[in-house]
Design a protein around this ligand. Structure first.
Ligand code: NAD
Ligand code: G3P
Length: 336
């Protein structure tokens, strides 16, 4: 008889909880770790996460705790689902508690400010685990839709393909179809930069612009993501897949996307402060647009849409002015 796999999920927000549900539906025993005792109690007593996934009934093999050691104990998979900019500090505290040889799984779609590290690099830096034991799950996976068990595909990326296959099996359900990939750099960049492009498309939507603008931003957004990926050693084909185009389309089309919604509010004329005040959950692109631009500069890559988003979000450039600047750049061939 095969042993039931154990998963610890650090982060009881919308994606940590929804992915915990996927793992549980696939047969794992799942322990969510969160900071607040009331939320852990609610998960254990009502089998719901009323703060992040109200109305969704969680499987009975999902439980929650505020005790990081209890969550981490004997976990085959340690899943990390906190806001990207908080990962380093949280993980430093959890590292001594991690099960030996656990596979570390990042669900996060951001780039660290200052270091410009991708999340798997932060995990490696803090835990000193080998890259072969660090995996990434990414793709068009809006948490609310996954929690409703609507069909979706995803990517499980790890440098060691056998580890990716193990995780693929552990999270494969009738509604969640994970594909493996060994291009961790490309998969992570796809996830992080799509949030920035999602902000840009949201801004355009908020300004009342139409589908030509959206199609152009998505396509040119993918072009600049691919340029950065190539400079960083990623496989350009990754960006035509779920971690690239797939996630970009989902994020840029959906009112469920926090990045898209954040952009829409800015495009409608709300200030950054007003927009932050009405945003309850993590919109990674707001901070990561700066670290993505930092990465682009370090690699000598031109990312005009990302630069435009940084201008609007962090430098107070009015969206209309930023758009005019973007459109008045000198003409160039499509493939350069
Ligand atoms: N929500 C989605 O649809 C979705 C899908 C795919 C990937 N992601 C990515 O997953 C990551 C997590 O997103 P989410 O949607 O679960 O965010 P969320 O805002 O719904 O939840 C974040 C969780 O982290 C906790 N948290 C905040 N600051 C913390 C800290 N300093 N230490 C520990 N915990 C802290 C919050 O209390 C909350 O439980 C992000 O990188 C996001 O881009 C989200
Ligand atoms: O709500 P967002 O904008 O963080 O997007 C959620 C997921 O990343 C979509 O795949």
């Amino acid at each position: 008889m095969t042993r039931t796999l154990k998963a610890a999920v650090f982060g009881t927000g919308s994606w940590g909880t929804a992915f915990g549900m996927v793992l549980a539906d696939a047969g794992c025993d799942v322990t969510l770790w969160g900071r607040r005792a009331e939320l852990a109690d609610a998960v254990n007593s009502t089998h719901t996460n009323p703060d992040y996934l109200p109305g969704v009934e969680l499987p009975r093999n999902v439980r929650a705790t505020t005790d990081a050691a209890e969550a981490a104990d004997a976990a085959d998979f340690t899943v990390l689902a906190v806001p990207s900019q908080t990962l380093r500090a949280g993980l430093a505290a959890w590292t001594p508690l991690l099960a030996p040889d656990t596979v570390l799984v990042s669900l996060m779609k951001g780039v660290e400010l200052g270091s410009a590290m991708r999340m798997s690099e932060v995990v490696e830096d803090v835990t000193k685990a080998p890259a072969e034991r660090i995996a990434v799950v990414t793709g068009p996976n809006l948490a609310r839709e996954i929690a409703a068990r609507q069909p979706a595909a995803s990517v499980v990326a790890c440098r060691d393909e056998s580890v990716a296959v193990r995780l693929q099996t552990a999270c494969h359900t009738p509604y969640f179809r994970p594909y493996t990939n060994t291009d961790v750099v490309g998969c992570e960049l796809g996830g992080a930069v799509k949030n920035v492009i999602g902000l840009a498309v949201g801004i355009a939507d908020g300004m009342g612009l139409g589908d030509n603008t959206k199609g152009s931003l998505i396509t040119r957004g993918l072009a600049e993501t691919t340029r950065l990926g190539l400079a960083m050693g990623a496989d350009p084909l990754t960006f035509a897949g779920l971690a690239g185009l797939g996630d970009l389309v989902a994020t840029c089309s959906s009112p469920l996307s926090r990045n898209h919604t954040f952009g829409t509010n800015l495009g409608k004329g709300m200030t950054l402060e007003e927009t932050i005040a009405v945003t309850r959950q993590t919109a990674e692109g707001v901070k990561s647009c700066e670290s993505v631009l930092d990465l682009a500069r370090r690699h000598g890559v031109d990312m005009p849409i990302t630069e435009t988003v940084v201008g609007i979000v962090h430098e107070g450039t009015p969206p209309l002015v930023a758009l005019k600047e973007l459109m008045s750049r000198s003409a160039k061939p499509e493939r350069r």
